[in-house]
Each structure stands twice: as structure tokens, then as C-alpha cells.
Design a protein around this ligand. Sequence first.
Ligand code: ZN
Length: 104
Amino acid sequence: MKQLVLCRALNNHAWRVRGPTIVLAKNTRRITLECLRCGAVRVDRWQMNGVQLSRSYHLEDNYRDFLSDHNQAAARSVILEESRYVTSIHEHRGPRAKDKRKAS
Ligand SMILES: [Zn+2]
């Protein structure tokens, strides 16, 4: 599954700070964030007291294409279609738990 599907399905990105924070004025900074999943870039201007002055997004073409073809529900369906199913959590943990017991 492409990780960018999660950004659409959850309506949220996995941001991390990218590069240095830029001093724009005495009380204003520009901070750049990048999504670890879809590569979207967000550029904010913040005051030193934390007030956000502006926000802009720059999306990768593949994520923009996915957005145009999938609303949030459609993205969730993609995840469900590509998921491996079990009927019980014990079915999932069975062999792995056994291996761990043997090793200890
Ligand atoms: Zn993202």
C-alpha cells in the first residue's frame, strides 16, 4: 500500500520539520514541514509567541492525482482492500508468540 493513502484516509499528514527555521522579521519565523508519507511540504509563518500568520501547501503530483481520484472514504476502502484479514487477534499473534517463548 502506498503510504500516501493514509494521509487521505486519515485527513492528516505525518509532519516533520525540514531544514532550518528562517528569520523573516524580529518577531516572525518561517518554518517548513514535510510529510514522511506523501512528501507534501507545508510552509508556515509563525510569530515568536506561537501565533500562526499563514500556511501554504505544496503537494507532490502523485498525491495530488490520488486526491482527485479518491475522497476520504475511497482512500479508506483502498486500505481495507489491501489489508490482510484475521478473524481473531489470537490468530495473528499465534506463531509469533510461540517463537518468542522458544527464544527466551
Ligand atoms: Zn502526507
